[in-house]
Design a protein around this ligand. Structure first.
Ligand code: HEC
Ligand code: HEC
Length: 244
């Protein structure tokens, strides 16, 4: 009995010494600014901006105001390799589960995108606005706003906002879901090797089906359309986000 109790007791004695460490709450905004405990988890602000609005020209996405559960899911997907990216995978792998939860919560609490109202004139067939608002049902492409909400403000935890997101980033994601098909060489062209999709994390393949059927020009046009909807200088209009 004594043999059992002694290690138990010494364990108990050690507890108070360990407590301050484990009880220390992980601070999400600290991670944004200074990175995680592991130095490989670099400060998020380096690329996602001091205000969390991203760096549009570089294709670094906005994180401010994205749903907490969506951010945590993406970090888990990078970690597991369902979403491949040379920059974000090592960062996601270096964050502890507590750090992921804290940083996701902190970004979700930053202001949501304050969208500009979309153009009022009737969209031209085939334009970015047309794809966004009407889709191309003859090719089974639903309008993006069906899932991403009116004006692409996002719906719930599952459908992220597209309005005000970097155009290059949106384009990169559609291409990541699509991959490229192999193209046989002709006498004039070089052969193009098939690149498999590098993003495979959408529930039920919702985005993969859409991305495969969009042309290169449509991808560019719809990305520019959604990027162009942010960021209004007017007072924030909560009603635009009423579905969330
Ligand atoms: C060195 C630059 C860099 C740093 C530092 C960085 N990121 Fe990223 N992050 C990126 C890039 C680039 C992407 C887009 C990857 C892609 O195209 O799939 C991205 C994408 C993301 C996404 C996906 C967003 C979405 O809409 O799906 C999340 C979430 C994210 N980063 C979180 C973080 C967090 C949290 C940190 C800090 C711990 C961080 N990032 C630090 C460059 C960076
Ligand atoms: C049937 C529902 C549905 C439709 C329609 C839809 N999406 Fe999505 N989309 C999703 C879901 C679900 C996700 C989140 C996937 C994940 O968990 O990573 C997503 C994510 C995205 C992302 C990634 C955003 C980010 O922050 O990383 C982009 C870009 C995107 N969709 C573009 C589009 C465009 C452009 C259209 C219209 C051509 C469209 N979507 C139509 C369901 C849909």
């Amino acid at each position: 009995m004594r043999k059992l109790i002694t290690p138990l007791l010494s364990g108990l004695l050690l507890l108070p010494a360990l407590l301050p460490l484990s009880a220390q709450a992980v601070d999400g905004s600290d991670i944004m600014q200074k990175g995680g405990a592991n130095p490989a988890a670099m400060p998020c602000i380096t690329c996602h901006g001091t205000d969390g609005k991203g760096m549009a020209a570089a294709g670094f996405p906005r994180l401010a105001g994205l749903p907490e559960a969506y951010i945590a899911k993406q970090l888990a997907d990078f970690k597991a390799g369902r979403r491949e990216n040379a920059v974000m995978q090592p960062i996601a792998q270096s964050l502890t589960p507590e750090e992921v939860a804290a940083v996701a919560k902190a970004y979700a609490e930053l202001p949501k995108v304050n969208i500009k109202p979309g153009p009022v004139e009737r969209p031209q067939p085939g334009s970015g606005a047309w794809i966004a608002l009407r889709g191309a049902w003859e090719r089974n492409i639903p309008e993006c706003t069906l899932c991403h909400g009116p004006a692409g403000v996002g719906v719930g935890d599952t459908f992220p906002p597209l309005a005000g997101q970097s155009a290059l980033y949106i384009e990169n994601q559609l291409k990541a879901w699509r991959g490229t098909k192999a193209v046989a060489a002709t006498r004039k062209t070089k052969a193009v090797a098939a690149v498999p999709p590098s993003r495979r994390n959408d529930p039920n393949g919702l985005m993969a089906h859409i991305a495969v059927d969009l042309s290169e020009a449509e991808i560019k046009a719809v990305s520019d359309y959604f990027a162009g909807l942010g960021e209004s200088k007017e007072a924030f209009d909560e009603s635009q986000h009423r579905l969330r």
